[in-house]
Design a protein around this ligand. Structure first.
Ligand code: ZN
Length: 57
């Protein structure tokens, strides 16, 4: 059940930040405060553009 980290570009302001795809909470853009993820029943939906997926250890 290992999740992955993704580098995601915000749709609103093009800020890039790294987030975890199994986060149980909504992740907000650190720059504009927009939602980068939405959590629906354990599945995390990523709204931004995934630039890069980082391998889990
Ligand atoms: Zn943003």
């Amino acid at each position: 059940m290992a999740g992955k980290f993704h580098r995601v570009k915000c749709q609103n302001c093009e800020n890039e930040q790294i987030l975890f795809d199994r986060s149980s909470t909504v992740v907000l853009c650190s720059s504009c405060g927009g939602n980068l993820t939405e959590s629906t029943g354990g599945v995390t939906i990523i709204h931004g553009e995934i630039i890069e997926t980082l391998s889990d250890q």
